[in-house]
Design a protein around this ligand. Sequence first.
Ligand SMILES: C[S@@+](CC[C@H](N)C(=O)[O-])C[C@H]1O[C@@H](n2cnc3c(N)ncnc32)[C@H](O)[C@@H]1O
Length: 209
Amino acid sequence: MDAAAWDERYAASELVWSAGPNAFVVEQVVAHLSDRVPGRAIDLAGGEGRNAIWLAEQGWQAELVEFSPVALEKAAAIAHSRDVTLTTTLADVTAEPDIAPADLVLVCYLQLPSEPLARALAHAASLVAPGGQLLIIAHERDNLAHGYGGPPDPAFLPTVAEVLSAIEGQGLDVAEARQVHRPVDTEAGPREAIDLLVRASRPDATGQE
Ligand SMILES: C[S@@+](CC[C@H](N)C(=O)[O-])C[C@H]1O[C@@H](n2cnc3c(N)ncnc32)[C@H](O)[C@@H]1O
């Protein structure tokens, strides 16, 4: 889908995604970053800002990057209504946008074919500041046969190995790379989606992560 198609989708309903943050984002930030003073966070292709706004509420200086102007407008309005500061940036994340590095770089459910996805993920990795972390969450390819929801086309479903290959050579140390199961409530009862989670960090000048 191009930016116009995403705009149309975002304009058609009050909220396309949940108002609250993704559970894996919360889990990972609480487990691995809550002992630090919140710094700068970028949410690439962050949609209506559910994760960026939650990060801002936790004290992060959050920047939401999107190519859908409608998503950015909605996110800015939600951030305003929740009394937090959110920087919104209109950009195509596959075009290596010029964005300042951050202590947390988030890419959540960016649905693109493998080549542009790899380009966007490599660029995301390059934006991690020394001592910072990259968190990638996506629908995993196994979701098609064994999971629930998500894109119906395997071309839009990366494997853990493909994500690792995309961020290789960017100077990050991979801390976690695995499939994760996400419970989904459906009209037919509880189901499980198969996602992937990759967390990597850039050592700082002292070698600490
Ligand atoms: C499935 S949604 C996920 C949104 C958000 N990350 C979340 O988890 O709530 C995918 C988002 O990627 C955005 N997107 C897709 N391709 C993009 C691109 N090339 N540059 C910037 N944003 C893009 C879409 O506008 C959409 O908001």
